[in-house]
Design a protein around this ligand. Structure first.
Ligand code: TTP
Ligand code: MG
Length: 363
């Protein structure tokens, strides 16, 4: 037995926000549940945060407009199914549950990377074998179920990449083990979008080249990958072959801080949007300080039009700053073109704006 063999587990809670609501509201047990913005009988704005698996059977999913979720629920109801229960986001409660789940993980595993509110990577190399790692994962799942009455799905593999994809294979309440020598074959038949880091743009680029599955990517040499995608291309070359050396990052740090707002009504009122932009910028600067950061250097503005077309514009400053006035000034400069033909030739109404700062520093 190779004692230094690396084994990584990835755990992801199932339908996390919705599962907590279902647990805490027994009268909704077994019903489709949607957590997100207020649907206002179909006129609501904003999006779905998540839906439980019953609601997913109606086609409802994360990031979908809440109005669409409402329509799908109504359709299902007309066909004789139960209407979905719509609930607001109780973030504080979810944060508390997340903290308790992470604490359970730390009882069983010394090195834990909290990757998001409901997922973590676990270094389970210390178990010494895939069999023992699997037994440990069962124990952890059981413990989360006993203590929190929630289910999680776990993937086990030779690295973070494989563990992460494996955890999503048999959701909910899944446990999927992919050994080192199975990793490459495990990835080969999957759509390339399954690889974290391949977003809609990269997917589109490759689809045009007739590349749909991970195995199709193998025809490119490392140099060709690098030519197409830069440094990330070289990483992707390795990933396609099931290899990923990235370490667990125990101390996770915010890479950006952002706030956004969906307006009650789509608008082209510059005065109103400016006011909201200033409010968002103020909150961002407050959160910057609260997060222990001193400065930011990049300013990002997101604008979504009424037809959901979304544009992101950013500017990186010469010198880092902590100034609210600078943030306001720079985001205003990015915003103004959206009120004339530079960014908005068809004079579309604005539905949402977001302000974000990046390149944060604690110095
Ligand atoms: P996910 O783990 O992506 O989703 P999930 O836990 O709801 O469902 P799954 O069983 O597929 O893992 O995200 C965790 C939580 O993060 C989710 O419960 C709600 C929140 N979230 C959003 O608010 N918006 C989003 O677009 C996504 C993807 C998640
Ligand atoms: Mg989840």
């Amino acid at each position: 037995m190779n004692k230094t063999m690396r084994i990584v587990a990835h755990l992801d809670m199932d339908a996390f926000f919705a599962a907590i609501e279902e647990r805490d509201n027994p009268r909704f047990k077994g019903l489709p549940i949607v957590v997100g913005a207020d649907p206002k009988s179909g006129a609501g704005r904003g999006v779905v945060s998540t839906a439980n698996y019953k609601a997913r059977e109606y086609g409802i999913h994360s990031a979908m407009p809440i109005s669409t979720a409402w329509r799908l629920s109504e359709e299902a109801r007309r066909k004789g199914g139960p209407a979905a229960v719509f609930m607001g986001v109780g973030m504080r409660r979810y944060g508390e549950v997340s903290g308790r789940v992470m604490a359970i993980l730390r009882i069983h595993v010394p090195i834990v990377e909290e990757a998001s509110v409901d997922e973590a990577y676990l270094d389970v190399s210390f178990t010494g074998s895939y069999e023992k790692a699997e037994a440990l994962a069962k124990k952890i799942k059981q413990s989360i179920s006993d203590k929190e009455r929630l289910t999680a799905s776990v993937g086990i593999g030779p690295n973070k990449l494989i563990a992460k994809i494996a955890s999503g294979r048999h959701k909910p309440d899944g446990l999927t083990v992919v050994r080192g020598d199975e990793a490459e074959a495990f990835l080969a038949p999957l759509p390339i979008r399954e690889i974290p880091g391949i977003g809609p743009k990269t997917e589109e680029l490759f689809l045009k080249l007739g590349v749909r599955l991970v195995q199709d990517l193998k025809k490119y040499s490392k140099d060709e990958m690098r030519e197409m995608l830069g440094k990330w291309g070289a990483d992707l070359y390795e990933k396609v072959r099931g290899r990923d050396a990235s370490p667990l990052v125990e101390e996770w740090e915010a890479k950006s801080i952002g706030e956004q707002e969906t307006f009650e009504q789509d608008t082209k009122d510059l005065h109103f949007v400016t006011e909201r932009l200033q409010a968002l910028a103020r909150t961002v600067v407050k959160r910057l300080g609260a997060g222990g950061f001193k400065t930011f250097r990049t300013v990002v503005l997101t604008v979504r039009f009424s037809d959901f077309e979304t544009k992101t514009r950013s500017r990186t400053l010469e010198t880092p700053t902590d100034s609210y006035e600078t943030l306001e000034f720079e985001t205003m400069k990015l915003l103004l073109p959206f009120f004339d033909k530079r960014e908005n030739p068809r004079k579309k109404l604005i539905r949402l704006i977001g302000v974000r700062v990046e390149k944060l520093s604690k110095q």
